[in-house]
Design a protein around this ligand. Structure first.
Ligand SMILES: Nc1ncnc2c1ncn2[C@@H]1O[C@H](COP(=O)(O)OP(=O)(O)OP(=O)(O)O)[C@@H](O)[C@H]1O
Ligand SMILES: [Mg+2]
Ligand SMILES: [Mg+2]
Length: 489
């Protein structure tokens, strides 16, 4: 890949500029009731070894049986990544020894994955959009988990996760900065959640990233990569890339060479550490699993799955721009979560869509973030926010009081319209009342009124005083007009 980073993305070292190159392997746990090759529950949590069938424990003579639901989810995901669906794929054994791997091999797909090349469009910032190539997506089993903290002298193994279906989504080395990598993972997670093939929960490990990083002089061939394993938050992905790129640049500028190796990111120390080098790397001795036939399905099967896909984020974003006249950035923010996009559409229906978008993005999202809530648990329903927007549009309340009203509905609940009545929050549009307030303020401040004639910027001060007098309820436009006339500004 020869895509070159924009000059502002280059990292300056002691001897000149460097470009960082990143490729990601994302492990996404498939949303499914059962595991990939057994009927055991794939649910998160549970007491250790509660969700383990004889197949997952690799008892002699047990045979894997493919779970069609996981196959469907992989195909649906591939379609969401605009990728080639391979009608024939093969399961291979990836052999290695580890206590949490009872079979002594992981069933994965090597040469013939279920999904081939695709692409993801990523908005890195309001003004920058990139396309990241997908190399492939394959299905594989998760391993179990070794527990070392239960006793001082023993290690334990929990096989609940053993055999759970994972999709490994491998990107091309198309990313050029930590920021791009973060935006990519976030977009991928959005797509997976829309499709419903992975819940994207990074804390619970449903989405984990192996981050491959190399550096090179701009325009030079690809450098040697190091792979940082199992990074489990978007923020850590960014940090790991930055420190790893710096580490590699330091070595190269000192005349050293990068050894291809697997590393771990330690967020506490802000550094990556070697796990194993290429010399120690596994020889996995991949070969087709003799217990499983090649996985085959036909095009109509794929077409039927495509027809049932929900509207995906890129399409929804385009529709929001077109249908509601939203700025592309706002549309992009609104479609990041499907529930948020639905909330927006319910709020905007039959109303000023731009006003609705502003309220959802600025007030609602701001407040939800502050409380760490997601939109499904918003105390202000889309109907209530719609009612608040109606009150603004009909000039019943001012924008300022609308924010107070939002806060009241957020904390106390209730019907916005009734709250406005009950608490006397209605905007004063009666010019007589406003005029009285304007006159009173001018009469009380004759010096300032005189000054304002020469200094029109004083108008703002007068507006503030009149608003104060009217408890923030005066229609600001009427106040402005009256003041201008009376002060002769
Ligand atoms: N020079 C490079 N710099 C940065 N990333 C790279 C470079 N070369 C390849 N990559 C990325 O490294 C990743 C390689 O993943 P892949 O699954 O193909 O192989 P692997 O890491 O050797 O296998 P495993 O699945 O066993 O970890 C891809 O995301 C690819 O884009
Ligand atoms: Mg891989
Ligand atoms: Mg890898």
């Amino acid at each position: 890949m020869t895509t070159q980073a924009a000059p502002n993305k280059l990292i300056s070292g002691a001897t000149g500029d460097w470009e960082v190159v990143i490729g990601m392997e994302i492990h996404a746990q498939v949303t499914s009731n059962a595991k990939l090759f057994s009927g055991a529950s794939a649910e998160y949590g549970g007491a250790p070894n509660d969700h383990v069938s004889l197949v997952d424990a690799a008892m002699p003579g047990m045979l894997p049986v493919i779970n069609e639901e996981c196959v469907k989810q992989a195909i649906r995901t591939g379609l969401g990544l605009e990728a080639k669906i391979n009608l024939r794929s093969v399961f291979d054994r990836k052999n290695y020894f580890y206590p949490d791997l009872p079979q002594g091999y992981q069933i994965s797909q090597y040469k013939h994955p279920i999904v081939g090349e695709g692409a993801v469009i990523v908005d890195v910032s309001p003004s920058e959009r990139i396309t990241v190539g997908i190399e492939r997506l394959h299905l594989e089993q998760d391993a179990g988990k070794s527990l070392h903290d239960l006793s001082a002298t023993e290690s334990h193994v929990d096989l609940n996760r053993s055999g759970v279906a994972l999709m490994e989504i491998v990107s091309k080395p198309d990313l050029r900065s930590a920021e791009e990598a973060r935006a990519y993972v976030s977009k991928l997670r959005t797509i997976l959640r829309y499709i419903g093939s992975c819940d994207g929960n990074m804390e619970q490990g449903s989405l984990r990233a192996d981050v491959n990083v190399s550096v090179r002089r701009p325009g030079a061939p690809l450098g040697t990569r190091c792979e940082i394993k199992n990074v489990n938050s978007i923020r850590f992905i960014g940090q790991a890339i930055d420190v790893e790129a710096r580490r590699q640049i330091g070595i190269l500028e000192d005349g050293g060479a990068i050894a291809q190796e697997t590393r771990l990111f330690d967020p506490g120390r802000g550094e990556t550490r070697a796990m194993r080098s290429k010399e120690e790397a596994h020889d996995y001795r991949y070969f087709p699993d003799p217990d499983l036939l090649p996985l085959e399905f036909d095009q109509p099967y794929v077409d039927a799955l495509r027809a049932q896909l929900p509207e995906l984020p890129d399409a929804k974003r385009a529709r929001f721009i077109e249908q509601y006249g939203l700025p592309p950035y706002d549309a992009g923010v609104l479609v990041m979560e499907r529930a948020a996009a639905d909330y927006f559409e319910e709020t905007a229906k039959g109303r000023d869509a731009k006003l609705a978008a502003n309220w959802v993005i600025n007030e609602l999202f701001g407040r939800l973030n502050k409380e760490g809530l997601d939109v499904a648990r918003s105390p202000v329903s889309s109907q209530a926010l719609g009612a608040i927007i109606d009150l603004i549009s009909q000039n019943v309340i001012s924008g300022k009081l609308a924010k107070d009203l939002f806060e009241i509905v957020w904390t106390e609940g209730g019907d916005p319209k009734k709250i406005v009545e009950a608490r006397g929050m209605k905007q004063v549009t009666d010019t007589g009342a406003i005029e009285a307030a304007v006159d009173a303020v001018i009469a009380a401040n004759p010096d300032k009124a005189e000054q304002a004639k020469a200094k029109p910027t004083m108008l703002g001060w007068f507006v503030g005083q009149v608003m104060k007098q009217t408890g923030g309820k005066a229609n600001p436009q009427a106040v402005n007009e009256l003041l201008k006339r009376k002060l002769g500004v």
